[in-house]
Design a protein around this ligand. Structure first.
Ligand SMILES: O=C(O)CCC(=O)C(=O)O
Ligand SMILES: [Fe+2]
Length: 355
């Protein structure tokens, strides 16, 4: 339609949307411009964790207050002074290996249905009590766990060792962060301690080639299925982008010695939407390779995700039913794995109305 001086601004402009398929179904966010724009974030805040191990609860509460602000307004933050050693981060760099390209090939997942798939490759390490490094509790009934959960390459020889050292360091930070989150939600620090019974995290070493075809993405727009995710951006290549309330993509460039921390769907649900599981994507148009290692803090598989009591008020009654962690993860994983036999079977079942 041709612009007309007499029509209101909203009618004149054709509204465009960002469309995202996430944990809550399809999100259609209008891209707002000019006067229609709402107050929302334009950058990712930084939170200092230097006092995380302080014996004084006031110090830990001060961190919790900053986390609360970041998680409720943005859903993302940079963790500064997180205590993970730089050497360990450098050891994990996939550049140290000329053989590891992971077992998830390029285009194996497709998070944005308009694309030919995600232009990334990955090596994932998930929960498995068969790996002694994960210190399964004595007497754990192993029959409930799949035997082939993790697959390890023979080369380079110390790949498994380094990945486990890194994973343990992140897990330690993650368990402390979960305590800060409990405080941030107005609970006792120990509120979520029973979530961490058996190992419950996934580490994914990612490689993104430069995306030279205009439609290509590294990872299509999505929200994470985790309590939170700790992303280590190993390359100086800016590519991670975060969707704000105006439908604008905000860059989260690498900042040395920080971890990007984002709220995942489980925390959003447990917090009754007070904390937002913000949609993000990776688009690497820099002409350079990019490497990153996200760490997904997922919770024990049999943990029931329920609304935290302090997040239920007369104005905001509980919005969600309790849900089993393993069931939710399986459902989400299979949706993205469009080439995996189990993913194909699940979608066929869904199409026939059986799922
Ligand atoms: O590589 C990144 O910076 C983020 C990766 C990511 O969003 C994911 O794996 O869920
Ligand atoms: Fe993500």
């Amino acid at each position: 339609m041709a612009p007309s001086a007499t029509l209101p601004e909203e009618v004149e402009a054709e509204v465009e949307y960002v469309i995202v398929h996430g944990g809550k179904g399809t999100l259609k966010r209008p891209i707002l411009k000019g006067k229609a724009m709402k107050p929302t974030f334009e950058e990712i805040p930084q939170v200092d964790f230097a006092n995380l191990d302080s014996g004084n609860i006031k110090d830990r509460e001060a961190i919790a207050a900053n986390v609360r602000q970041a998680f409720s307004n943005v859903g993302f933050m940079y963790a500064v002074n997180h205590g993970i050693s730089e050497e360990l981060q450098a050891d994990c760099h996939i550049n140290n290996s000329d053989t590891i390209k992971g077992y998830e090939a390029l285009l194996e997942t497709k998070l944005d249905q308009k694309t030919r798939g995600d232009l990334k490759e990955a090596f994932s390490v998930g929960p498995s009590p068969y790996d002694p490094e994960q210190k399964p509790p004595p007497g754990l009934d192993l029959s409930k766990y799949p035997k082939k959960a993790n697959q390890w390459p023979e080369q380079p020889a110390d790949f498994r060792k380094v990945m486990y050292e890194y994973r343990s360091a992140l897990l330690e930070f993650g368990i402390k962060l979960m305590r800060v989150i409990a405080l941030a939600l107005g609970q006792e620090e120990t509120y979520f301690d029973n979530l961490t019974g058996v190992d419950f995290a996934e580490t994914r070493a990612l490689h993104y080639p430069s995306q030279d075809i205009p439609e290509d993405v590294g990872i299509g727009a999505h929200a994470d299925y985790s309590w939170f995710t700790l992303v280590n951006q190993l390359s100086p290549t800016p590519a991670l982008e975060v969707l704000n309330q105006n439908g604008h993509w905000i860059s989260a460039p690498p900042i040395p010695n920080t971890l990007v921390v984002n709220v995942g769907d489980f925390l959003e649900r447990a917090s009754n939407d007070y904390f937002v599981s913000t949609v993000h994507r990776v688009v690497n148009k820099t002409g350079e390779e990019r490497y990153s290692i996200p760490f997904f803090f997922m919770g024990a598989p049999d943990f029931m995700i329920q609304t935290v009591p302090s997040c239920i008020t007369p104005e905001r009654p509980a919005r969600y039913e309790p849900i089993n962690t393993a069931e939710w993860i399986r459902e989400r994983l299979l949706r993205a794995r469009y080439k995996h036999p189990a993913g194909i079977a699940a979608r066929a079942k869904e199409a026939m109305g059986e799922a």
